[in-house]
Ligand binder design. Structure first.
Ligand code: F6R
Length: 235
């Protein structure tokens, strides 16, 4: 594991964007595994800039997002599809048909989950997976549990995740209670993993996840078994 500490969110964001930009330069038709939340916003802003400056070209890139709130359509401004469109996809030359977010309004969610995993395999796997980390150690929406779930699946969000995500909603009651998430198999199959965390409140969980025991009670701890992980942390 490559653990990098930087002294500002701006540096974290530039470094994270450089790693993703390098991936796109090295393999223009790469598959990016992407995340939502506040942590990647700086990376996305830098990638938009890099694309505008002609440093990187998204025209052959495919993206696969980690998760989506159950029951939200892409035009709902709280959905992760909406987040991705507005914070990245609408501002770079990626082809919309090459961007994938779980369809959390599918009639048959189980089938959608299976197809999501199959799509990743069909695309040759994720080249680099960008991850944030929840205060309870979740990655994607894989919450603390007694076992690791391998496939894409539906989850019920933990109370702490609902409270943490309430900042994006008018009131806490509005936060959807369930989501569809890539499983640990999908995340662990990525060729490279880039996890970013910023803020003093994340320090303890980052310490537990990367320097504590590997346990499904701290879902991100499974990344200690991944052969190519970079963690960038800023206070
Ligand atoms: C988002 C996701 C979540 C977030 C995590 C941290 O797609 O999968 O695991 O990465 O909740 O969120 P922030 O970055 O808002 O602290």
């Amino acid at each position: 594991m490559n653990f990098v500490k930087v002294d500002s969110y701006e540096k974290l964001s530039r470094m994270g964007a450089d790693i993703i930009a390098a991936q796109i330069i090295l393999k223009p038709n790469c598959v990016l595994g992407l995340a939502t939340g506040s942590s990647p916003l700086g990376i996305y802003a830098n990638l938009i800039e890099d694309n505008k400056n002609g440093k990187i070209d998204f025209s052959n890139v495919t993206s696969i997002n980690l998760d989506e709130y159950l029951g939200l359509t892409g035009d709902n401004d709280q959905s992760y599809r909406y987040f991705m469109d507005h914070n990245l996809f609408n501002h770079v030359n990626i082809k919309k048909e090459n961007t994938f977010v779980p369809n959390a309004v599918a009639n048959d969610i189980e089938k959608e989950c299976k197809e999501y995993d199959q799509r990743i395999l069909d695309k040759g796997g994720i080249d680099i997976q960008l991850l944030g980390i929840g205060l309870d150690g979740h990655i994607g929406f894989n919450e603390p549990d007694t076992c690791f779930t391998k496939e894409t699946h539906t989850v019920t969000l933990d109370e702490s995740t609902i409270v943490a995500n309430a900042r994006f909603f008018e009131k806490e009651e509005d936060v959807p209670r369930q989501a569809v998430t890539l499983g640990m198999g999908g995340i662990m199959q990525a060729k490279k993993v880039l996890l970013i965390a910023s803020g003093k409140e994340k320090e303890e969980i980052v310490e537990k996840a990367f320097f504590g025991p590997i346990t499904p009670e701290v879902p991100a701890s499974i990344l200690q078994l991944h052969p190519d992980v970079t963690v960038i942390f800023s206070k």
